[in-house]
Every structure is written in C-alpha cells, then in structure tokens.
Write a protein that binds this ligand. Structure first.
Ligand SMILES: NC(=O)c1ccc[n+]([C@@H]2O[C@H](COP(=O)([O-])OP(=O)(O)OC[C@H]3O[C@@H](n4cnc5c(N)ncnc54)[C@H](OP(=O)(O)O)[C@@H]3O)[C@@H](O)[C@H]2O)c1
Length: 256
C-alpha cells in the first residue's frame, strides 16, 4: 500500500519539487495550494504519470477553518497521513527596511509562515497519533524553514522572524512527538530557483557567481529539497529528530 503525504504549497516551486519526488518514491500526495488551481492540476498530472494518486485541496494555511478542512479532506481521500510537509510560505509583498516595515506585513508573514504550520502540525499530529503506529508506518513531519532562520536580512525582518520561529516549532514538536514514534525535521533551503526568488534573480546571480556566497556555486533547485524529503520519508534518519538539514550549497559554513 502506498504511503500518503500532505504537502502544503505543493502547486509551485519547492513544494512542487517535493511532491514529484515523493510520487517518484511511491507516495500518494495531497496537493495543497492557495490560489493557483492550474499549477496544482499540472502537479497532479505529474503525480499521476508516476502511477500515484494526487488529491487537490485549495486551502489557505493561515486560516483556521481551511486548515481543518484540509486535514478532513486528506483523511477522506486517503484514510491516513504518513508524512506532513509544512512547505507553504510567502515573502513580504514589498521588501522594506525594518525601520519602516509595516505591522500589516508582519501579521501576514507570521500567520502564513509560522502560525499556519504550528496549528496544522497540531491537527495532523493528533491524527497521526490516533491512526496507530505500526512498524512499517512511522509517520514523519517536515518543516521547511530557510537560511533566514539565522541570517539577518534587515529588509524582510518579518520573514526572518517567522523562519526563526519554525526552528523552535520543530524542536517543540520533535520533543513532544518522540514518544509516539513521530520524528520531526527542519529543512533549511538556501537560494532556490522558484517564483519566490524570481524577482531578485540578478542580485543572487551576482552573489553566487561573482561574490563567493556559497562553496557550491549554483542555484539550488526544488529537486534538491525533494531528495532530502524522500530520505526522511524512507526513514533513512531514524535516530535523528529535531534535526536541521541545510540544503544550501554550504551557505551556512563559516569561512576564513
Ligand atoms: N525559494 C527559496 O529560495 C527559498 C529558500 C528558503 C526557504 N524557502 C521556503 O520554501 C517554501 C516554498 O517557497 P517557494 O520558493 O517554493 O515559493 P513559491 O514559488 O512562491 O511557491 C509558494 C507555494 O506556497 C503556496 N502558498 C502560498 N501561500 C499559501 C497559503 N496561505 N496557503 C497555502 N499555500 C500557500 C503557493 O500556492 P499558489 O500556487 O496557489 O499561490 C505555492 O504553491 C516557503 O516556505 C519559503 O519560505 C524558499
């Protein structure tokens, strides 16, 4: 029987890469998206092409009602959730210096990037605990944070604070769920080529290729993150929980 994954923000970018990698590895996937139905349908076709099932659910993870509906629809579609990937996230609509950035942007970033995953994890963890935990099914939870969890960008403080919060979110849920055999992992992508970074491509091209930003001199791809999620889904890190996995071309290394 195929395992089932719920991936938030699966219609584009990193979530799309994770979803396709999971389908390739034999998972059925609940493909969550916010607005872009067409992109979600394209991802559904990719999953189906690989012989797995994809169930589409439009839901805003910042909304309490939508999160509940997302989990209910996932359970109705597949009867269980073996893997939750908290991937959906937004960047500030406008990068603004923290001396001027607005409270409105802060609230948007915190509710989508931090509160949403926190309470979605609460809902899904309860299902994972009650669905029972047999030997071959060890549920897992993945949290997609960012190098912004520790690298200060003063023109998007709200984003950094939300991502730093995901580090503690991961530690809390890893601690709480260990007794139920549920491991929790934080993935920290670096600069990944998606729509989110499309608007700042020239800036990052310069940093990567001319200014030695990362020891591995290339953009990250959604597939790089997908591969890490598959390793977790396949239980290749069974004695690690609360673990941070950097997927950043070595950005995090301090160098002299
Ligand atoms: N790209 C990077 O360099 C990078 C680096 C580190 C971390 N990250 C993190 O990785 C995650 C994915 O980023 P990305 O670059 O793939 O972004 P992206 O290309 O902008 O895609 C965002 C995805 O999230 C969905 N989404 C946005 N708001 C949502 C909401 N309120 N509820 C449900 N889904 C929502 C979007 O759905 P629609 O298609 O319906 O809009 C889309 O599928 C984010 O958490 C981001 O912070 C990205």
């Amino acid at each position: 029987m195929s395992k089932t994954a719920l991936v938030t923000g699966a219609s584009r970018g990193i979530g799309r890469g994770i979803t396709i990698a999971l389908a390739e590895a034999g998972h059925d996937v609940v493909v969550n998206y916010a607005r872009n139905r067409e992109a979600a349908e394209e991802v559904q076709a990719e999953v189906t092409k690989r012989g797995q099932k994809a169930h589409l659910v439009q839901a805003d993870i910042a909304s309490t009602d939508d999160r509940q509906r997302l989990v209910d629809e996932a359970m109705n579609a597949f009867g269980r959730i073996d893997l939750l990937v908290n991937n959906a996230g937004v960047a500030p609509t406008q990068r603004a210096d923290i001396l001027e950035a607005t409270e409105e942007s802060f609230d948007r970033l915190i509710s989508t990037n931090l509160k949403g995953p926190y309470f979605l994890t609460q809902l899904v963890a309860a299902r994972m605990i009650s669905q029972g935990n047999h030997d071959e099914s060890k549920p897992k939870i993945v949290v997609v944070s960012s190098i912004s969890a520790y690298a200060a960008s003063v023109d998007r403080g709200d984003y950094c604070i939300a991502k730093a919060g995901l580090t503690m979110l991961t530690q809390l849920w890893a601690t709480r769920l260990a007794e139920h055999g549920i491991n929790v992992y934080e993935l920290r992508p670096g600069i990944i080529a998606t729509d989110m970074t499309g608007g700042v491509k020239a800036k990052y091209d310069k940093l990567i290729f001319e200014q030695d930003l990362t020891p591995i001199k290339r953009w990250g791809e959604p597939e790089d993150v997908g591969k890490a999620v598959v390793a977790i889904a396949q239980d290749l890190l069974p004695f690690s929980t609360g673990q941070v996995i950097d997927i950043d071309g070595g950005f995090h290394l301090r160098r002299l």
